[in-house]
Design a protein. Structure first.
Ligand code: UDP
Ligand code: MG
Length: 322
């Protein structure tokens, strides 16, 4: 059972870690830290690991300022913008808490929930999800596409994903398991589900973003969706054998029908239209199949190169500098 102040805590001196990817979040920082500090108040020792994901505004300078004032605020500075998932990985690899909370830096994941998360963790759950009870303040299209995507994804994927956001608490053994997964393309939500362990949920209302802007455009969400599907399902690859079987089956029946008709009725050679339809249809199916193969081969290519998921330019507050 996890308890504050147990032996491991002695070594690292850290019990609870917040891991927060930040990309152009300078406007929110002040409020973010004050609300986190208020929420973390009675919870014992903590660290806030902020990963600066190549921000173009003065996020880094301001983070370092906060780090100077409070060493519990630690800063990982990536060498460029790698994206939210790699930034998360960077934070997870450096944080040292026995419980680790992953959250957005834009206050859409309210820090006030942290005590509840910790409460559940103390009860013995390894993962505590925060499930969005309502997303009334996100656009209709975004809600709809996201709902459809997750429904589709969970049909397809080997491991269903339980919730939508990242906001969650994980125990040290879950974080270690996630860190140990070797793949370079890291769709974190699926990886978190993949490692398993006992989990609990708490519901919350996700507030709208008050300052700054969302970093995701629709094509990025589309790419994210492709990453998610190709990382956890091979159905798109395998289904073409069945489609092929179906098409050749129908073609065979159609051929039998044509032969019979010829024998019974004799006659002319109609069928230009049906020929065109068959050629175009099959051509289309073949191109789609090639495209699907391409998606996977592209990812295999990416994986085989084995490039690091992120590159850390500097780290502040983690003992021996860098
Ligand atoms: N983020 C990041 N790198 C990126 C994009 C986003 O570190 O390339 C961070 C961002 O600063 C925020 C979190 O990921 O803390 C979620 O991003 P955002 O609020 O833009 O996403 P949304 O809430 O709209 O899904
Ligand atoms: Mg947000």
């Amino acid at each position: 059972m996890h308890q504050w102040g147990e032996s491991e805590s002695g070594e690292s001196g850290v019990l609870l870690s917040l891991v927060v990817p930040m990309f152009d979040e300078a406007q929110v920082l002040g409020e973010f830290f004050s609300r986190c500090e208020a929420a973390l108040g009675g919870l014992g020792d903590y660290e806030i690991v902020c990963v600066n994901d190549g921000s173009r505004d003065d996020t880094l300078a301001r983070l370092l300022e906060y780090h100077g004032r409070d060493p519990r605020i630690k800063v990982v500075n990536l060498s460029r913008n790698f994206g939210q998932q790699p930034a998360l990985c960077a934070g997870l690899s450096l944080c040292r808490g026995q419980a680790v909370i992953v959250m957005d830096g834009d206050l859409q994941d309210p820090p006030e929930l942290i005590p509840q998360l910790v409460e559940k963790w103390r009860e013995g759950f390894d993962i505590v999800h925060c499930v969005r009870a309502g997303r009334s303040n996100e656009g209709f299209v975004k809600r709809l596409t996201s709902k459809l995507f997750w429904r589709f994804y969970n049909r397809l994927a080997d491991v269903p994903v339980q919730n939508l956001g990242y906001f969650r608490l994980m125990s040290r053994r879950v974080v270690n398991a996630v860190n140990a997964l070797p793949e370079k393309q890291r769709f974190m939500r699926s990886l978190f589900s993949y490692v398993g362990y006992p989990s609990a949920q708490i519901a919350y209302q996700r507030p709208a973003r008050e300052k700054g802007a969302t970093k995701y455009r629709y094509w990025q969400l589309w790419n994210l969706a492709l990453d998610a599907i190709t990382a956890f399902s091979t159905l798109p690859l395998r289904m073409w054998s069945y489609v092929g079987l179906l098409i050749s089956g129908s073609a065979f029946c159609y051929a039998a029908f044509l032969v019979l008709r010829k024998l019974l009725l004799g006659g002319d050679v109609p069928g230009y239209e049906s020929l065109m339809v068959a050629i175009l249809f099959l051509g289309g199916v073949q191109l789609i199949t090639l495209g699907v193969l391409g998606e996977y081969i592209g990812r295999v290519f990416h994986e085989v190169k084995g490039r690091p998921v992120f590159i850390i330019e500097s780290a502040h507050g983690f003992g021996e500098e860098d």
